[in-house]
Design a protein around this ligand. Structure first.
Ligand code: AMP
Length: 439
């Protein structure tokens, strides 16, 4: 089936030709006719499958021949969890719609508000926004949402993970009830389903890839390694396997800076992208990575949402993702548009539980290996004698309580909360003890 047969008109077909998108992807085949028919849609779609085109293309088709919106009004609103994704979706609107008269803009926090206000002044066909900044601008009466015809919640699972549910509900309440709703999510949790159902009736549900499964073109490997060896293993693999580029995920902002420092010291040009960086620095890092001026980009989950880099060969989970869904999002950065990619995860012994959660979610085992010279010691990094006094003491008290015939240990402390309070005290004591030992 061609894009033409899906019902897209010449100006859009021309831009697709320019982009060399010769055939619609699976999600595009399924979603475009539904969006064009005006129905509400809930789609399970992973990043890298052409998800953005599946709503942007028919939206442009529907809006291109309509009267232009009034001042400050918007006809279609796309909500995204992050600034990067907002910028990315807007770029797609611009390129797919370049032979049409569609007007669009992206607004998000961390960037100056005044230029965003002036973009909204004349009204826009399509606005792409993060929830917080959109509400700010609405409160300042710079945007009107009561003529919205199409509302898109992109990466809805991540918006919920990031705690945007109240903002989303508020925004929905500002839009007219007869709007068309499109919800996209890599994974379908009960919360997502509830949100989708609250949006409206005649909801059509589609799944281009089975939800909660990883993109099949991606080769996945888990390297077992000690935590303190991860940086060395990473630079070893980059050097020895001559990786052209890699996107590396770190759990924390601080961690990402540490990784970058070590890689730069090992002569591997590395940039970072995380929430502590200004929007300008984030955009610059992304541009340098896209233009191949830097070899490695280290990112936190939040910052990495929406990064679309074609031909990205390697994704590395330096830390195992705590939430299994993040694994799917992270590795979806490679193996895009049918291209091959490799996703490597570094697993230290204390991260086994995260791997179990991921394998349960994707319903398959990821092959594991160890690299020569980086064999793990199979002991958690902090498993010194320092842990034992606390455990022993607690066990000892418990045994003593049992001996005294007090089966319920809690009752010996007088309050149900006490054991955890004891624990806390124990950990404080442990810190002091450790400090004392170290000096
Ligand atoms: P997305 O899943 O929307 O993030 O898209 C992933 C990548 O696939 C982007 O670089 C798109 O430009 C590209 N893409 C989207 N649709 C197609 C298509 N029909 N043919 C080839 N590439 C596509």
């Amino acid at each position: 089936m061609s894009f033409k047969e899906l019902g897209l008109s010449d100006p859009i077909l021309r831009s697709l030709e320019d982009l060399k998108h010769s055939e619609p992807s699976e999600i595009q085949k399924q979603a475009i006719p539904i969006v064009l028919s005006g129905k509400n849609l809930m789609a399970a779609a992973q990043t890298g499958t052409g998800k953005t085109g599946s709503f942007v293309l028919p939206m442009i088709e529907l809006l291109q021949n309509q009267a232009k919106p009034y001042r400050k009004h918007v006809h279609a609103l796309v909500l995204t969890p992050t600034r990067e994704l907002a910028a990315q979706v807007r770029e797609n609107v611009y390129t797919y719609g370049k032979f049409t008269s569609i007007t669009s803009a992206a607004i998000f926090g961390g960037a100056k508000i005044f230029p965003q206000k002036s973009k909204l002044k004349k009204g826009l066909d399509i606005l792409v926004a993060t929830p917080g900044r959109l509400l700010d601008l609405h409160n300042q009466k710079s945007v009107k949402l009561n003529q919205i015809q199409i509302l898109v919640l992109d990466e809805a699972d991540h918006m919920l993970d990031m705690g945007f549910i109240h903002d989303i509900k508020k925004i929905i309440s500002l839009t007219p009830p007869n709007r068309q709703n499109l919800l996209f999510s890599a994974t379908f949790s009960p919360e997502i389903k509830k949100l989708a159902q609250s949006l409206g009736t005649d909801l059509v549900e589609i799944a281009a890839d089975s939800p909660n499964s990883t993109v099949s073109a991606i080769k996945q490997i888990v390297y077992k390694v000690d935590k303190n060896q991860k940086s060395s293993l990473l630079s070893h693999l980059i050097h020895s396997e001559q990786w052209p580029q890699a996107l590396v995920f770190s759990r924390t902002k601080h961690g990402s800076e540490k990784i970058a420092k070590k890689l730069n010291a090992a002569d591997i040009q590395t940039a970072t992208i995380h929430g502590d960086k200004t929007q300008g620095a984030r955009t610059r890092a992304l541009r340098e990575f896209k233009e191949k001026d830097v070899r490695v980009l280290v990112a936190t989950d939040v910052a990495a949402r929406g990064i679309d880099i074609s031909n990205l060969p390697y994704v590395v989970n330096f830390d195992m993702p705590t939430y299994p869904n993040d694994y799917i999002h992270r590795i979806g950065r490679t193996g895009r548009a049918g291209k091959e990619g490799t996703a490597i995860s570094f697993l230290s012994i204390d991260e086994q539980k995260f791997l179990r959660g991921i394998e349960e979610l994707i319903d398959s085992k990821i092959p594991q290996k160890t690299e020569e010279g980086f064999k793990p010691s199979d002991k958690p990094e902090n498993s010194s004698g320092s842990r034992r006094p606390k455990g022993k003491k607690f066990g000892f008290q418990k045994r003593q309580a049992a001996k005294k015939g007090k089966a319920d240990f809690k009752s010996t402390t007088g309050s149900k909360k006490k054991p955890s309070q004891n624990k806390k005290k124990g950990s404080k004591a442990k810190t002091r003890w450790k400090k004392g030992k170290g000096t």
